[in-house]
Design a protein around this ligand. Sequence first.
Ligand SMILES: Cc1ncc(C[n+]2csc(CCOP(=O)(O)OP(=O)(O)O)c2C)c(N)n1
Ligand SMILES: [Mg+2]
Length: 399
Amino acid sequence: MAVSERSAGSGAKNAKDARNALGADLGLSGDDLLEMYRLVALARAVDERMWILNRAGRIPFVISGQGHEGAQVGVTWALEKGKDWIAPFYRSIATCLTFGMSPRDIMTAQYATASDPSSGGRQMPGHYGSHEHNLVSVSSPVATQLLHAVGLALAARIRKTGQVALTIMGEGSSNQGDVHEGLNFAAIHKLPFIFIVENNGYAISVPLARQVAGSSVAQRAAGYGIPGVTVDGSDVLACYAAARDAVARARAGDGPTLIEAKVTRLTGHSSDDQQTKYRSEEELAADKSLDPVPKFREQLVAAGILTPEAEEKINAAIAADVHDATEYAEAQPDPHPSTAMRWVYAEDWPSESPPPWGMGEETASGSDSAPDSDAAADDAAADDAAADEAAAPIDESAR
Ligand SMILES: Cc1ncc(C[n+]2csc(CCOP(=O)(O)OP(=O)(O)O)c2C)c(N)n1
Ligand SMILES: [Mg+2]
């Protein structure tokens, strides 16, 4: 601060400090910023633990959000938890944590336990979802989530709920036909919809130049007559500002916004990929400068918001959370085989009309067309067990 400012009267100084305080122009308090930092750092710590557990043979597959956390926390902060909806993708760990999921929720999905709230161990690892927190389950075919989110936005419009629906995917996925169909529809009907593209420059091993003609996803928004914004995805506050504006537009009935956040993928595509096969050492080293975690940390330290005491407290809480999530998930039972069909097929199918997938009479006589696990479903004891479980679908500890 300049000497002349320091020598100004204390009233004038406080007013100036308040104006200059980091995030103040965005309506963010120091506590907001500390919580945003905690979420960014927590997502990174949970993610790093996942890789250790994978290499230790405890979990089969990791698809990482490292490098994307700043954009995810910044964007998600602009939505209203418990009201708005998000259809996330496989790198959305920080998004899910910011929107209400816990490290235990993330870790039980990795272990595919019966208590995993994303799917009770049914989905692939990394396919997070939470009905409780308005997070639509991740789809394996990339880009389909855009259609789900547009549908949610249409429902919000019809029901006049004031909700906003947001979806997220990578730049490679944004080339799918579903994106054109959904964006066109959302733009025509001015739906309360936000499309986030986390552009990390690669679709597995395919670089941007081979995926995106014209190199900008945001520019495509012009074709739909909606705003297309490009934002530095390592800048948490810039991402928040862009999403906040998009939310305001959506709630005002002005329609969708496309935000392209330029992020970096700090890991391989997944734990089954080795990115040193197709990215140079120089490129990987340069990408580290786009890491949102140290960048946000330095910003908050320089602003005097992240004091040594605050950081120590946050780090201790994160270490405890990650430890707790790991121990918890390790101790959780697998889903019981008799529940294999749960949440796949309707359970209240009327008995007078056997369901087309063969869980009726035919199955009992051993039809080839029936899945193997139908045998368990036909067993009276298994049915009873399944019925019991329906009352408490995520607690299998008594088995
Ligand atoms: C419809 C479809 N095609 C292909 C795949 C295989 N696949 C999974 S992730 C991925 C790359 C997606 O890249 P991008 O959208 O840039 O996201 P990133 O992984 O880089 O975050 C591909 C091709 C798939 N899951 N679904
Ligand atoms: Mg990508």
